[in-house]
Design a protein around this ligand. Structure first.
Ligand code: NAD
Length: 278
C-alpha cells in the first residue's frame, strides 16, 4: 500500500532534477501523476513518463510552459478529464536566471526569472484551487531554495524569486487553511547538472577559468569546501556530510508533505540542503 494511493498529483518541470525524482516517487507511492515540462512532450514521455509506466505507475505528460496561463489551464483541465480530480500540486519548476549584477542586467532578464519562478506558482495554484476548495482537501508544495533565506551574489532575480516563494507559501497557507489545504515549501540541496551550469555561468561572468571535469569529479567535495553550506559548516568539518543532499531527500520530503502524515503542517519552509540551518 502506497502513501498516495488513490491521489492525483500534478508535478511541474519533471524532465530532470528534483522534479523528476518527485514525480517518480509520487507514482511509486500510488498517485496518478500529471507531469509537465517545456521540453517536447516526446522527450518527457521517453525520459520520465515511460519509466513511470514501466514501474507500474499511472502518468500523463504535457508540454507546458508554467508561466503561460492558457497552457497551465489546458494542462489542469486535461488532468481533470483524465484522472477526475487533483489532490496534490508540486510546483517544482524554477530557473536559475542570469548570473549578472543588477546594473548589467536587462529588465527582460529580470522579468523572465520572476515570470517562471513566481507566476508559475500563482497560475498553477489558481488553476487547481477551485477543485481543492470544493473537495476540502489539497496539498501544495512549492520549491524555494536556501537562497530563499539568504542572499546569493550576482543572482538577484533568482534570490528575490525564491524569497517570494516563501512569502507566497505562507500567505496562501493562511488563506486556504480553512479548506483543509496545506501549503508548504521545500528548500532543497543541489544536483550535479544544474550546479555545473551555475558554476560555469558564474566563472564566465567573473572571467575565471572553469574546468568541467574537475567540477564533476569533485562535485560533492566542492559543496563543502566552497562553503555552499554555511551554517552547516560544522557538519562538513566533523565529517557528517559525506554526500550532498540532492533530489532524493527533496523528493522524500515532498512525499511527506503530500501525504496525510503531515496533515497539521502548513506555511512551513523546510531545508533539505545538507545542514543549512535557517
Ligand atoms: N538544483 C539545485 O541546486 C537547487 C537548489 C535549491 C533550489 N532548487 C530549486 O528546486 C527546483 C528544482 O530545481 P532543479 O535543479 O531540479 O531544476 P532543473 O534545472 O534541473 O530542472 C528544471 C526543469 O524545469 C523545466 N522548466 C524550465 N522552465 C520551465 C517552464 N517555464 N515551464 C515548465 N518547465 C520548465 C526545465 O526544462 C527542467 O526540466 C527549482 O525551483 C530550483 O530553483 C534547486
Amino acid at each position: 500500500m502506497g502513501k498516495l494511493d488513490g491521489k492525483v498529483a500534478i508535478v511541474t518541470g519533471a524532465a530532470r532534477g528534483h522534479s523528476e525524482a518527485v514525480a517518480k516517487l509520487f507514482a511509486k507511492e500510488g498517485a496518478a501523476v500529471s507531469i509537465c515540462d517545456v521540453v517536447p512532450v516526446e522527450v518527457l514521455e521517453e525520459q520520465v513518463g515511460s519509466k513511470i509506466r514501466e514501474a507500474g505507475g499511472q502518468v500523463v505528460c504535457f508540454q507546458t510552459d508554467v508561466s503561460n496561463e492558457d497552457q497551465v489551464t489546458a494542462m489542469v483541465e486535461e488532468t481533470l478529464r483524465q484522472f477526475g480530480t487533483v489532490d496534490i500540486l508540486a510546483n517544482v519548476v524554477g530557473i536559475a536566471g542570469p548570473t549578472k549584477d543588477v546594473w548589467d542586467m536587462s529588465l527582460s532578464e529580470w522579468k523572465q526569472t520572476l515570470d517562471v519562478n513566481l507566476d508559475s506558482l500563482f497560475l498553477c495554484s489558481k488553476a487547481v484551487l477551485p477543485v481543492m476548495i470544493e473537495k476540502r482537501y489539497g496539498k501544495i508544495i512549492n520549491f524555494s531554495s536556501p537562497t530563499g533565506k539568504q542572499p546569493l551574489s550576482h543572482r538577484a532575480p533568482y534570490a528575490t524569486s525564491k524569497m517570494g516563494v516563501i512569502g507566497f507559501t505562507r500567505t496562501l497557507a493562511a488563506d486556504v487553511g480553512q479548506y483543509n489545504i496545506n501549503v508548504n515549501a521545500i528548500c532543497p540541496g543541489q544536483h550535479e547538472e544544474r550546479s555545473l551550469e551555475l558554476a560555469r555561468g558564474r566563472a564566465e561572468y567573473l572571467n575565471k577559468p572553469f574546468d568541467e571535469e574537475d567540477f564533476r569529479t569533485r562535485f560533492m567535495e566542492r559543496q563543502h569546501n566552497e562553503k555552499a553550506v554555511l551554517a552547516g559548516r560544522w557538519l562538513a568539518d566533523e565529517g557528517f556530510a559525506e554526500k550532498g543532499s540532492g533530489s532524493e531527500d527533496a523528493a522524500s520530503l515532498a512525499l511527506f508533505l503530500a501525504s496525510d502524515d503531515s496533515s497539521s503542517m502548513t506555511g512551513q519552509d523546510i531545508n533539505t540542503g545538507g545542514g543549512v540551518m535557517w
